[in-house]
Design a protein around this ligand. Structure first.
Ligand code: HEM
Length: 443
């Protein structure tokens, strides 16, 4: 599928992005005393220590809840950032142009990344130009045509799992056997990169996602940067091979469209092509794999809800929204202020870095009643911020939704006796991307 130029924003299939009434975040008052009043202690060093503990990685929501209640704009001195947990504040951060992705003084992207020239890291006008190039390829209508192919891939993966004999029969790791290869194959086919390389993509992107987490040790983040260089070199080689093959070997895929735009000269630089490929490949499978895997885990932990979905598969679309809300695959994102802004009564000077905790906003009781309860029929489940909001709203959301809507009901239908085969599913130690290392099941 070739990228096309389109001035239209990506359409969303669901109700208004902003709930009719988002209560304004209250300033500090008697009901929301400052951090010092929290009996459990929420000083900056204590919070910084907690975020890499296994208990936090396994269940970050109690700490999010305490921050939201006691210190909704929390200064984390260790990283010199303001951590924001209220839904209304997160909406402001994502949609108010006073918060941006590049430093207002030197223009450098605020998140360190080898994908510096990707749309995710840039503000308008570069952001608008890059997004417009690929926007049309990801609209719900275009993506809907992929449903049969997605179903084919999912079905093939489940057949392989159920056909096992010997000691492996009746058991699977749903991350390795299903949740990861499904979106990896879909995005590789879309982009036009060899599907046979998907294990290499996974290895690269598992390392690359660590760059998003400033709480990881320097050596882990250095390794993430190395993985980014390797992925970039992989795409550079692929593009060089396409150039060498010349017009005698034409391709009709996304990569061919990007190469044509680059050759046209004024719309896309080679650096931008490489950043776009890396972004789509990593964003296109890592997060969706996590949605399918942690969505399955969440259902298995809520047997009543699982039974409801089995009885009524027409709930699948809303179930996916609720699972996105409940265990958001991307837990946070960042911005920097280009002007003084007030958030929940805090005055933030120009140049302040803010962390918008999507995973905390999605559990804000001001928007979602009983937020820690999984309710697949929740009426406003799709008001979650799991795909962000505003100009950087996830380009791939229609694809991610479709993949999960196909994958989850098929998994439940084909494996009617699905059960967890571990008491303690292991999460990767990353507080930005919520990701299971493995999901052992019996069926
Ligand atoms: C469950 C799966 C997914 C989740 C939870 C997710 C989440 C997000 C979030 C939160 C953002 C906004 C980040 C910010 O504001 O800083 C984003 C942006 C983006 N996502 Fe996704 N994503 C998912 C799947 C996908 C897929 C399948 C693709 C590609 C095919 C994709 C491509 C992108 C791109 C290109 C952007 C940058 C958009 C821009 O900067 O304008 N994502 N995603």
């Amino acid at each position: 599928m070739a990228p096309e130029h389109s001035p239209e924003p990506n359409a969303r299939p669901d109700p208004p992005a902003v709930p009719a009434a988002v209560p304004p975040a209250a300033p500090f008052d008697a009901a929301t005393p400052p951090a010092a009043a929290d009996p459990a202690g929420l000083d900056s060093a204590a919070v910084a220590r907690q975020v890499m503990r296994p208990e936090f990685i396994a269940d970050p929501y109690p700490l999010y809840g305490r921050l939201r209640r006691w210190s909704p704009v929390h200064h984390l001195a260790e990283l010199n950032v303001e951590v924001c947990t209220r839904y209304a504040d997160v909406v402001t951060i994502l949609s108010d142009p006073r918060f941006q992705k590049q430093d207002p003084d030197d223009g450098r992207p605020i998140a360190p990344s080898g994908m510096q020239r990707s749309m995710l890291m840039l503000d308008p006008p570069d952001h608008s130009r890059l997004r417009a190039l690929v926007n049309r390829a990801f609209t719900p209508k275009v993506v809907a045509a992929l449903r049969p192919r997605i179903a084919d891939i999912a079905s093939g993966l489940l057949e392989a799992v159920t056909a096992r004999t010997g000691p492996a029969a009746g058991r699977a790791d749903l991350v390795a056997d299903f949740a990861f290869p499904l979106p990896a194959t879909v995005i590789a086919e879309l982009l036009g990169v060899p599907v046979a390389d998907h294990d290499r993509f996974h290895a690269w992107s598992s390392r690359i996602v660590n760059i998003t987490d400033a709480t990881r040790p320097p050596e882990v983040r250095a390794d993430a940067a190395a993985a980014q260089r390797e992925l970039r070199a992989y795409f550079a080689e692929l593009i060089a091979a396409r150039h060498a093959a010349g017009p005698a070997a034409p391709h009709d895929d996304f990569l061919a469209g990007l190469i044509a735009a680059e050759e046209a000269g004024d719309r896309l630089t080679l650096d931008e092509v490489l950043a776009m490929c890396a972004l789509l490949l990593v964003a296109g499978h890592e997060t969706t794999a996590n949605l399918i895997a942690s969505g399955t885990l969440t259902l298995l932990r809520h047997p009543d809800q699982l039974a409801t979905l089995r009885r009524d598969p027409s709930l699948a679309a809303n179930a996916v929204e609720e699972l996105l809300r409940f265990e958001s695959p991307v837990q946070r994102t960042g911005r920097r202020t280009n002007a003084p802004v007030e958030l929940s009564g805090h005055r933030l000077p120009r140049g302040t870095t803010v962390v918008a905790l999507l995973g905390a906003a999605n559990r804000d009781p001001a928007i979602f009643p009983h937020p820690d309860r999984l309710d697949l029929r929740r009426a406003n489940a799709n008001h979650h911020l799991a795909f962000g909001r505003g100009i950087h709203f996830c380009l791939g959301s229609p694809l991610a939704r479709l993949e999960a809507e196909v994958a989850l009901p098929m998994l439940l239908e084909r494996l009617p006796r699905l059960a967890l085969d571990t008491d303690r599913p292991e999460w990767r130690p990353n507080s930005t991307i919520r990701s299971l290392r493995a999901l052992p099941v019996r069926f």
